[in-house]
Design a binder for this molecule. Structure first.
Ligand code: SF4
Length: 155
C-alpha cells in the first residue's frame, strides 16, 4: 500500500495523521492495528514527504501542524468523493467546505460520509425520513442533520 492509499485508509477508519518533526502522529492511536503499524513503518518517509507537501509546513509550529491535519483531511475527502464519482472540481470545492466545517465544530454531516450512501441512492431512506431511496447530488452535497446517518467505515 502506498503512502496516499494508507492515508486514505486511515482517514476512512476515522484516524487523522500529522507530521511532527520526524514523527508521524496518528489520532486516535488506539485504533491502529498491527497491520497498519507495519504499513506505516514501510511508507513512513513517503508519508512524511506527502504530509510536508502542504505549503504552510514551511513554517514550523502549531499552525503548521493544523495545516497538515487540514490538508490530510481535505485529501481524504477529495479521495472519497472521487470514489463516489464526483467531478474533481466539485470534490475539491466540497472537501474545502468540509474542512471548514470540521474546524468550526459544526456537527452536520453529508450523505457521502454515510455508510448508507452510494451514488444517487440512500439504503436507509425510511430512517432518513425520505419518501424514496433516490438522493440527488444536490441533497448529497448538503450539510444536514439526518436521523439515518451512520459513518462510513471501510471493510
Ligand atoms: S441515511 Fe441520511 S445521511 Fe445517510 S445516505 Fe441516507 S439521507 Fe444521506
Amino acid at each position: 500500500m502506498g503512502a496516499r492509499d494508507l492515508l486514505d485508509a486511515l482517514g476512512d477508519a476515522g484516524m487523522s495523521v500529522a507530521a511532527e518533526g520526524d514523527r508521524l502522529v496518528i489520532r486516535p492511536g488506539s485504533k491502529l492495528t498491527d497491520e497498519l503499524r507495519a504499513a506505516l513503518r514501510e511508507v513512513k518517509p513517503e508519508l512524511l514527504a506527502l504530509l510536508r507537501g502542504a505549503p504552510d509546513l514551511r513554517q514550523p509550529g502549531p499552525a503548521a501542524a493544523a495545516c497538515t491535519v487540514d490538508d490530510a483531511a481535505r485529501q481524504r475527502y477529495v479521495a472519497r468523493l472521487l470514489r463516489l464519482h464526483w467531478p474533481k472540481a466539485d470534490a475539491e470545492a466540497f472537501a474545502g467546505r468540509l474542512v471548514e466545517r470540521d474546524r468550526s465544530g459544526d456537527e452536520r454531516v453529508s450523505c457521502f460520509e454515510c455508510r448508507h450512501y452510494w451514488p444517487g441512492n440512500c439504503a436507509n431512506f425510511r430512517w432518513a425520513g425520505l419518501g424514496e431511496r433516490i438522493v440527488s447530488s444536490e441533497l448529497a452535497g448538503l450539510l444536514q442533520r439526518c436521523s439515518g446517518f451512520a459513518p462510513f467505515q471501510p471493510k
